[in-house]
Design a protein around this ligand. Sequence first.
Ligand code: GLA
Length: 375
Amino acid sequence: MKLFMKIKALVGITGVFLATSGFAQTTLKDAFKNDFLIGVALNEAEFAGLNTNAVAIVKAQFNSISPENALKWESIHPKPDQYDFSAGDRYVEFGQKNNMFIVGHTLVWHNQTPKWVFQDDKGIPLVRDRLLSRMSNHIFTVVGRYKGKIGGWDVVNEALDDDGKLRQSEWEKIIGPDYIIKAYQFAHEADPRAELYYNDFSLENEAKRNGAIALVRKIQAAGIPIAGVGLQGHYKMDWPTNNQVDETITALSKLGVKVMITELDLDMLPPATKSQAAEVSMNFALRAELNPYTNGLPAAVQQQLTQRYADLFAVFVKHRDVVSRVTFWGVTDGDSWLNYWPVKVRMAYPLLFNRDGRPKPAFNAILQLAGAAVP
Ligand code: GLA
């Protein structure tokens, strides 16, 4: 009795205990071990071990990690002749120490890539060959450094517009549309055993999804083994529908690739824009009505979030033969980029763990679903 009371008190004091002990209930990674990997994006305080609360949750619950920023071009290659591997090395070390599947994110993107990448030292736009050789140097250096350690790379991130056409990024404008094939070729040569992925948002919308399908076919036609497509999964409460997610996974799987949910979170704050896009450059002014839950989440909204997570996981589990990983974009609500985007600064509640590390009802709903689905 005494022991039981002690345990109860501990659980009461720190929800982390409940989430991490493996005593009171199963964990996410165990519950879904026959279905897919359960991943999480880490910031530096987490993979450097400073945020001990978050680290405890990560070690207990997740078996795959993605770097929120550490491997983006601006972090790892800040100047033309200067790479900075300090954060990347720690990130990879964290994954190795904890036996996790380590994701590389991302090699070629239009955001968080310094301006100099596309210019010569006088600020004049590069010509195709020079940008290609810069891209090749970057990919061989970064992928080469983590060869055999990083299991899969988001080679190209967000190359498509909403209509499914190629985004007119600097990459596309200077090199031409084959910049994508080149990026996959370089990555494959740099580490032939690493899985290569294409990662984007809003592929649940038909036009953009068709663009992604065409893109994957092109990469395959060039003889490069693309392993998977990442649906970022920056979802809203009313978009995409479960059907859209279901159809998208089915359509992509017909290409013979795996599908992964790579950046899952649920934005349930009032929308500042009608756009469904996860464009990191969007920024809208803060108005009080856009930030209604500064004193916590009302029970009814918590319930909607729980249901939405349960519904989405039902779709993921249904497709467990092709869905290889579900990665959350952040550990706790306090870590989420949605506190800062597309409006600065709000109280967002998009993930499975509260700001203090306690599991939310959505966490339990997902676990129950796994129990029901796994024979
Ligand atoms: C995009 C990128 C991620 C991250 C999120 C927001 O989805 O792929 O790296 O920047 O935006 O945090």
